[in-house]
Design a protein around this ligand. Sequence first.
Ligand SMILES: NC(=O)c1ccc[n+]([C@@H]2O[C@H](COP(=O)([O-])OP(=O)(O)OC[C@H]3O[C@@H](n4cnc5c(N)ncnc54)[C@H](OP(=O)(O)O)[C@@H]3O)[C@@H](O)[C@H]2O)c1
Length: 375
Amino acid sequence: MQNRRQFLLSGASLAAASLLSTNIQASTSEQKKRTISTSPNTRKLGKLQVSSIGLGVQNMSRKYDTSVPNRQEMHQVIRSAYEEGVTFFDAAEAYGPFEVERILGEGVKPFRDNIVIATKFGWNIDQQTGARLPGLNSRPAHIKMVVDGMLSRLQTDRIDLLYQHRVDPDVPIEDVAGAVADLMNEGKVLHWGLSEMGINTLKRAHATLPVSAVQSEYSMLWRGPEKSVLPLCEKLGIGFVPWSPLGVQFLTGWIDENTRFAQGDFRATESRFNPENLAHNMSLVKLLMQWSERKNASPAQIALVWLLHQKPWIVPIPGTTSLAHMQQNTASRDLSFSTAEMRELNDSLASITIQGQRLPDFVQVFSDVEAPEKL
Ligand SMILES: NC(=O)c1ccc[n+]([C@@H]2O[C@H](COP(=O)([O-])OP(=O)(O)OC[C@H]3O[C@@H](n4cnc5c(N)ncnc54)[C@H](OP(=O)(O)O)[C@@H]3O)[C@@H](O)[C@H]2O)c1
């Protein structure tokens, strides 16, 4: 593991090397049309321009290990991220609930007009108390009420990118799109997206109201979206935002075969991290360690640059509560991989199998859901 000084040194030398975006070869005319970033540090999600690496702020009110970060330090991480060129911040009503949107609103206040705020509705949360009620709620009247609360918590008059967090099995996606379109007409929402949705629901959503971005889990640890979600995004011109791009820390080298998660840490419920599977899955971390050594970069940086190389319209949102981690993650945009190096990395990756489920059944059940037909 490198220390911060080594990262800055390696970052400076790498910045002089050929820039990441120039390594991404557009293979089809459709892709070429979509490689429209003017700067190597920006990308497009549909028509929305964002920094090529964003910041996930989910854990700024409570970390996975259940500890509570210092609020002023979180404001500093957000402000420093902006100074480093990060203009894409990812929150949700459900984080906290509510508290993370408040922290983000406070943090970005001095430069709010220069950044993109993404947040999400969809869980069934009592709007007065913040209590989590069972199931989901994407009823149009509820979405509109949720957005008013978001605007107040974020101290802003518009949400740049509003996602449906999970598909509501009781509400046709056309009705959800209709509510979002009303909010767009009022100027309260500028772009919209879906997260972890079923593939047909994405098609129907996009046909009703053009979708800018899909957000689903995607990383070297979980490659599920490669099967149908990414091809559909490519076909429809929709950007893709991988959540947990660092495999909830597994891809950073901070977890080894002896790591055990405390009670209350969500990662303890993921069978990919049970003792037997963790030992098996360490082969991926070993591969990252080898490349980390070879490229004079951290494992997290290798994991992020791998994502950036998958498609020019992919924008990872690594989550962190640490200033040093944010700086390290953001600097991965300057890490250069040749086509041959990326091929070699991908070949090695193809020989690694991951054991265990990414999510426990009680959470997985909310993914890949198709919204009911509109009658
Ligand atoms: N749509 C959805 O359903 C959904 C689900 C989950 C997450 N998300 C979004 O995706 C964002 C990112 O996902 P995530 O936070 O779950 O997972 P992640 O980005 O894969 O990993 C975050 C974890 O890695 C650690 N970390 C970050 N950078 C590191 C580095 N350079 N070295 C060592 N450790 C590092 C963080 O701890 P420290 O704080 O100590 O750095 C944290 O424990 C979230 O913030 C949220 O906005 C969306």
